[in-house]
Ligand binder design. Structure first.
Ligand code: NAD
Length: 332
């Protein structure tokens, strides 16, 4: 069977890492037809927007996309393309696994966590405005349907993957309405899954506990902004952003992308780690039911990491992005 997949190369280092992910997926033996569509800063002069309608149409039609990182200007400029894309396609679940990989030097060797982040609301939706010149307000929108939906997604994922525990992360002691509602929904949904343990942690204590004893956790579910922050923390536990994949899942479409951004200072240097993009491709193949191809890629990745000869700078090596990709293909 041939899969038609939307491919968005992205900004900054995006085109380099996505070229590697594409080559590795093609070498895995799976049949994919890529529909390459451009989004991001570079297309604004041509389309007047960083997210042309044809990008959304392509994902709606193909229902699966592999996406490179897209730049968002800090403190000015256009609204985040990533946030818009997730909202437009109702990709409500952001799934970010953090798993220890062989050969990577990090603080822990046995991490196997999944961060499930609500992906459409909370402060991260960017509903904000100025109040005169010297004050600004941002609205933290939390709704019952979105909260119940994401917690149910986390429990279903836990059940499917044979995991033992779901932990809800919140700050309901301070934000009694918004995070209070999220927590109320989490407790209610947890009651529907008596086979899976449930616990709740306040986000600041959670950050400390993740650094001290990450082995105590399994599936974590939380509102958007906490998920953004804690998933980078979890990436740091297993080797950094260069090895952290992610997925944005909705009922109608799924977009797979590295957790990291466009790393503009490294753009065009053939320097950054392509693994986050490759592992996002592995998640995509599993989503498409191509477990054998996904396993083949993981064998290549594991061999390259274990040998330790062809690694990018972040893993202590001197290899380039493309060279590491070629090494993975050789080992597959
Ligand atoms: P970033 O993730 O792009 O980079 C931060 C640092 O992490 C880099 O300087 C580098 O040291 C390291 N890093 C990132 N990717 C790496 C890789 N593959 N290999 C090795 N090291 C890697 O974060 P930033 O600099 O804060 O953001 C840059 C831009 O990316 C911003 O415009 C931001 O909005 C955007 N962004 C986009 C996404 C997305 O598209 N999903 C996610 C995060 C940030």
């Amino acid at each position: 069977m041939t899969h038609k997949v939307t491919l968005i190369p992205g900004d900054g280092v995006g085109p380099e890492i996505m070229a590697v992910a594409r080559r590795v997926i093609e070498a895995s033996g799976v049949s994919v037809t890529w529909e390459v569509v451009e989004a991001g800063e570079a297309v604004i002069p041509e389309y007047g927007t960083p997210l042309p309608e044809r990008v959304l149409e392509s994902i709606r039609t193909n229902r699966v996309a592999l996406k490179g990182p897209l730049t968002t200007p800090v403190g000015r400029g256009f609204r985040s393309v990533n946030v818009t894309l997730r909202q437009e396609l109702d990709l409500y679940a952001n799934v970010r696994p953090a798993r220890s990989l062989p050969g990577i030097r990090s603080r822990y060797q046995d991490i196997d966590l999944i961060v499930v982040r609500e992906n459409t609301e909370d402060l991260y939706a960017g509903i904000e405005h100025w109040c005169g010149r010297d004050a600004a307000e941002s609205i933290k929108l939390i709704t019952r349907p979105a909260s119940e939906r994401i917690v149910r997604f986390a429990f279903e994922l836990a059940r499917r993957e044979g995991r033992c525990k779901v932990t809800a992360v919140h700050k309901a002691n301070i934000m009694k309405c918004t995070d209070g509602l999220f927590l109320e929904c989490a407790r209610k949904v947890a009651g529907e899954y008596p086979d899976i343990d449930f616990e709740e942690w306040i986000v600041d204590a959670m950050a400390m506990k993740l650094v001290q004893a990450p082995e105590n956790f399994d599936v974590l579910v939380m509102p958007n902004l906490y998920g953004d922050i804690l998933s980078d923390l979890c990436a740091g536990l297993v080797g950094g952003l260069g090895v952290a994949p992610g997925a944005n899942i909705g009922d109608e479409a799924a977009v797979f992308e590295p957790v990291h951004g466009s790393a503009p200072k490294y753009a065009g240097q053939n320097k950054v780690n392509p693994l986050a993009a490759v592992l996002s491709g592995v998640m995509m193949l599993r989503h498409l039911g191509e477990a054998e191809a996904a396993d083949r890629i993981m064998r290549g990745v594991t061999a390259v990491l274990t040998k330790g000869e062809t690694l990018t700078y972040d893993l202590g090596g001197t290899a380039g992005t493309a060279e590491m990709g070629e090494a993975i293909i050789r080992e597959m």
